[in-house]
Structures are given as C-alpha cells and as structure tokens.
Design a protein around this ligand. Structure first.
Ligand SMILES: [Mg+2]
Length: 137
C-alpha cells in the first residue's frame, strides 16, 4: 500500500482496544487519511461518539460518520456504501456481519476483524462525562 492509503475504523469495541487506537495514531501521524465510521441502532448523538473518540485519544480532526439503521443488516449496508464512497482501503471492525458485508460489497477493500478480550467500553464513560444518557430509541 502506498502512503496515501485511507484507513477506516469502527468505534465501539474496535477503538475501545488501546492497541487499535495505537494503529490509528501511527498511520495518522504518518499522514494517512483516517476516518471513523460508527453504526447505531439508536439515535446516538454525535456528541456522545465525539466524546468517546476524545476519551480514547483519537485526534479531533479525524472525521466521524455515523450510520443509523433499524437493523444490523441496514447498518452493514450503510457502512459498506460509505467505505466505498470514501475510498477507504483498509477497514477495521469487530462486528462479523459488518465485516462480511463490506467484504462482499467492497471486494477491493482490506477488512480486518477485531477479536480479543473484553474491554472497557468508551460509550459509558462518554455519556457520564456529558452528564447523562442520550435517551432511548
Ligand atoms: Mg463495533
């Protein structure tokens, strides 16, 4: 891959792993384009996701896209479309359906699936810092 390779990262249960944040920071520091694409079945506020990124140490300038969907299948399709339209070369996600959908719909993209120990999720910390939950639904 050339130095212009575009790296994409899921947020929940992906960037919650400090070692994955290390990968993001390394490629970002080398000047690669880096994008975070996070799915949500709830109307999660962008402020919560942004705060999650902040507590995880993701640089403020890294773009964030939130894919909303009623089902995981809808979110998977939305993520795959975004990965394609943004020209992402390598995408890292923990969700098996999201990974398989991106592999199927964006065959030119390298997809890495995260697995490993449970980690402290940043979402709860972000919501607490923002002074409460972002509501149901
Ligand atoms: Mg995830």
């Amino acid at each position: 891959m050339g130095l212009d390779s575009h790296f994409g990262f899921d947020l929940d249960d992906t960037l919650d792993h400090p070692s994955i944040v290390d990968i993001l920071l390394s490629v970002y520091a080398r000047g690669h384009p880096v994008t975070v694409i996070s799915g949500s079945k709830r109307k999660t506020l962008e402020a919560v996701k942004r705060k999650q990124m902040e507590v995880l140490g993701v640089p403020e300038k890294v773009p964030l896209y939130i894919v909303h969907g009623a089902t995981f299948a809808e979110i998977a399709d939305g993520k795959a479309e975004l990965v394609l339209s943004l020209g992402i070369d390598l995408f890292i996600d923990d969700h098996p359906l999201f990974c398989s959908t991106i592999r199927e719909k964006a065959p030119g993209v390298v997809v890495l699936r995260v697995s490993g120990p449970r980690v402290q999720r940043s979402k709860g910390r972000a919501e607490k810092l923002l002074g409460g939950h972002d509501g149901p639904g």
